[in-house]
Design a protein around this ligand. Sequence first.
Ligand SMILES: NC(=O)c1ccc[n+]([C@@H]2O[C@H](COP(=O)([O-])OP(=O)(O)OC[C@H]3O[C@@H](n4cnc5c(N)ncnc54)[C@H](O)[C@@H]3O)[C@@H](O)[C@H]2O)c1
Length: 351
Amino acid sequence: MTAPAPSELAFIRFVSVENMMKLIHRTGIEEMMTGLVDYIEEDFRRWELFDKTPRVASHSAEGVIELMPTSDGEVYGFKYVNGHPRNTRAGLQTVTAFGLLARVDTGYPVLLSEMTMLTALRTAATSAMVARHLAPKDAGTMALIGNGAQSEFQAMAMRAVCGVERLRLYDIDRAATEKVLRNLGGLGFDVTACATPEEAIEGAQIITTCTADKQYATILTDNMVGSGVHINAIGGDCPGKTELHPDILKRSDVFVEFPPQTRIEGEIQQMPEDFAVTEMWQVLSGKAPGRTSERQITLFDGVGFAIEDFSALRYVRDRLEDSGLYQNLDIIADPDDPRDLFGMLQRAAGQ
Ligand SMILES: NC(=O)c1ccc[n+]([C@@H]2O[C@H](COP(=O)([O-])OP(=O)(O)OC[C@H]3O[C@@H](n4cnc5c(N)ncnc54)[C@H](O)[C@@H]3O)[C@@H](O)[C@H]2O)c1
């Protein structure tokens, strides 16, 4: 008896890190950022039809491992992601991820993808999508505080979507800033390395904080932040892990992804339960205003929500046909008689 070859249905498309990097290079990173923004915006506009739940987090002293599920009724998706701020000291990344899409009608998976690269792209694309609606007009300068893995992606997305050309960098570890200077050298930015966060935010209309520390940190204090800026705070994304002094939140109009998750994980965990926030999907659907005055401080308390990953996986799925940038993985056991799983196993004996 010979085991049958896997059926068509057994296979799902798998995008490896190698193929994801090829897809990014073939598309062009800024073009991919704008493409991702389009997909994320499209999904934010149909926000109400998605299944939404705060992500499922498993915390430890060292970090967190999270599952981020959602569905639009036709397609289901989830991401596995970790956040371990001390990992870099051991030569490991703070954030790694992979994700999956499945058909809702049959429950069969259709795509498995690396998402460490894709998370950096989708996080930056989300920040830029939000900044396009909230940042002051003609914002050309961004302070980038925290110069780790996410930072160059933030810069590329803010240029592609908002026209940011000038960057002011700060990190407590000078080696991280040197890395960004090296990586962005020759890409056409005007980059200044700064010795303090105060210096970094001088003249910046957009302030991005993407630091990693598993504690209540105060990257920005109230007296540092002038009027008329947009703060893109993405590093505070866990209980007990924040970046801004609460007084800044009191002076700002705060915009969030999904309030039940952000109240647990975002900067607003420092505020009372009824602290007023605006949901970004409402701004994108024209149901709530974005920036309303030049002097207003807008603050995106970004923690990363499952729908952004779903949009990013949809984007990748739609680019795979005829690309050759995937492998077929034999991941679903698919017996000829769907009730004869045991028979399929028996026929494979001795193979
Ligand atoms: N909101 C989201 O959707 C989202 C997505 C991905 C990552 N993140 C978060 O963004 C943060 C950055 O991620 P990463 O992958 O770039 O991490 P990373 O570890 O690669 O980089 C973090 C950098 O922050 C610096 N830093 C720490 N404390 C600082 C301080 N007080 N002042 C200035 N710099 C400081 C570190 O030296 C390091 O260079 C993490 O907290 C991560 O959890 C959020």
